[in-house]
Design a protein around this ligand. Structure first.
Ligand code: 4NP
Length: 152
């Protein structure tokens, strides 16, 4: 089993979409996909209504997800940890204990813009347009991730 974790700040807007999208592209008997937030502000909450809506529009149901805080142990359990922005990257890297753990962590947009350190913008204070844009970026990155994982 290969385990992949998607991480953002609240685990209600971006990483639930990333989890739903990647899950839809991988065989669940071989890959486990989860998501978490660095803050824990929204512990046990459903994804944001706007993320649920954008997911639905694209044929995905993400309402089985509940927000949870990112834990230090996640660095041991998961094989790949994709963060949405540079601030999430710093927060996760601050908990790393070994080079092996550090090497698991990367910005999700590095998959489509290698070496540019681009962030998925936080859509929380934005309109539904912001969520649609986030969806498109995540869809593109997850397509690359799924292709690479299936080859590995
Ligand atoms: P997310 O978006 O990190 O993509 O889930 C946010 C959700 C909530 C907050 C910030 C970002 N907040 O400050 O409550």
């Amino acid at each position: 089993m290969t385990r992949i974790l998607m991480v953002c700040l609240g685990n209600i807007c971006r990483s639930p979409l990333a989890e739903g999208i990647l899950k839809s592209k991988l065989d669940p008997s071989k890959f486990e996909v989860d998501s978490a937030g660095t803050s824990g502000f929204h512990e046990d909450e459903l994804p944001d209504q706007r993320s649920i809506e954008v997911a639905n529009k694209n044929g995905l149901d993400i309402t089985d997800q509940r927000s949870r805080k990112f834990l230090k142990e996640d660095l041991k359990f998961f094989d790949y940890i994709f963060v949405m922005d540079t601030s999430n990257y710093e927060d996760v890297i601050a908990l790393v204990e070994t080079d092996e753990e550090k090497n698991k962590v990367s910005l999700i947009l590095d998959k489509i813009f290698p070496g540019e350190s681009q962030s998925v913008p936080d859509p929380y204070h934005n309109s539904i347009d912001g969520f649609n844009q986030v969806y498109d970026m995540l869809e593109e990155s997850c397509t690359v991730i799924a292709k690479e994982l299936e080859k590995s």
